[in-house]
Design a protein around this ligand. Sequence first.
Ligand code: F6P
Length: 528
Amino acid sequence: MLKNNSMALKNINPTKTSAWGKLTAHFGENKNKTIKDLCKDPMRKEDFSVVLGDLSVDFSKNRIDKETISLLVALAEEVGLRDAIEKQFNGEIINVTEGREVLHTALRSTSEDPVYVAGKNIKPQIQTALRKIKSFSNKVVSGKWKGYTGKSITDIVNIGIGGSDLGPDMVVESLQYYKNQLTTHFVSNIDGDHVSEVMKKLNPETTLFVIVSKTFTTQETITNAETLKNWFLKSATIFDIPKHFVAVSTNLEAVDNFGIDKSNVFTMWNWVGGRFSLWSGVGLSISLSIGYDNYRALLDGAEEMDLHYRNTPFEKNIPVILALLSIWYNNFYGAETEAVLPYSQYLKKLPDYLQQAIMESNGKGVDRNGDVVDYQTGTIVWGSTGTNMQHAFMQLVHQGTKLIPADFIGYKESLYGLTEHHKSLMANYYGQIEALAYGKTKEAVHLELKFSGDQEKIEKLLPFKVFEGNRPSNAIVFDKLTPHSLGKLVAMYEHKIFTQGILWNIYSYDQFGVELGKELAKKFLTAQ
Ligand code: F6P
């Protein structure tokens, strides 16, 4: 059995490592190399791609060569990434500032290997919790679970915020194609108009409320839950609450005080962080919306990525490579933001979800030693779906003054067919990547304008039509959007986040930065 050790993670300033020094020199010598020139190597795509089952990641269109990768990998080795990954998977207290293990990976593990928390194997409790999700979802989806007037449930309302909302909301939206007959709503904002709009659509007799709050003290969630309970009690009595209200929380006392039946509580654990919790009871609304088997497939996809992350050498390790590339641009090229661009309308909520996962995790300015860092950490993440964003912000990505590395997420197949649409969608996907990488030279623009035959026009328009190119991106392509491939995608980003936190020598799993605003809001509320 592994013993927990509160100082589990190594504490190394990345900028003081020998790899960092070499990377700095390498950057100085190579920073002006162009993607266009680098891609002339016929082996480039093969050398800079990784395939993992139905997923391929082509990172050839980056401002890197083999030496860059090997130096970045050396940096990862030097700061102890391998050791950190093992410590995370084995349940050591790597969330030191909150004194907790970080075990979202255990939630999706199908292996029999034990994982210990405080000396106790947690695998059996995870299986029990999953069985409870399964049996409850089956009852509700099949119509066997009846409301207070004997009718089956038609609507699910997930009440939560942050990690207790964004994950389930993003997954249910992304997997709409796999949805059953139940209508799922999400209430998160304390803005009363949000809950009012949802209430308008509900019938108390056929609605199931899922209150999701790890702490069960979050102002937004508790206020919305009380409002919905009061609305429900206008038509029903407190004795009807067990048929319509369930909770997902670690705070059993607060759940009890709210009036929720003990048998209707889905466990959460302190060793699962809010923004990494969709694999726990927080995923109940997902299981209710797409059925347990699809929910399990989501977990299985995540587990495939977990095994890849844990067992693959860094040079071919997808989350590690993505993390290292992001550090390369953030810390050497000075890029401040990165874009996530899914070419699937289903994934429209992915950028919002990733904003919490990435920015709440790595938005830290103090290192694991407690010292203020003198280098850049967490990147700003933003994005939207293709092709819509091509008609919105892509102008700036192509010709603006900022370097914005981008992840393009695409699928070989669409879900409904309409192959002509899909061909066009993916033609745009590859068109954008190529335009960003190779741009359009002065000569090419000149030639194009020359055909229009107007000399004056050539002189006037030429500078505006040149694309400098050399803008990096990763092509992340899955065969098809399925629960399994979505799980794999989300886990890929989770591991990218952890890898970056380790390299930047920060703690990725606390979020003290959100507290001050909350306290001040309380002060303003009592002063009103
Ligand atoms: O935004 C802060 C935060 O603590 C998130 O980390 C968390 O996901 C969210 O609030 C909701 O917290 P809870 O599940 O305890 O209601």
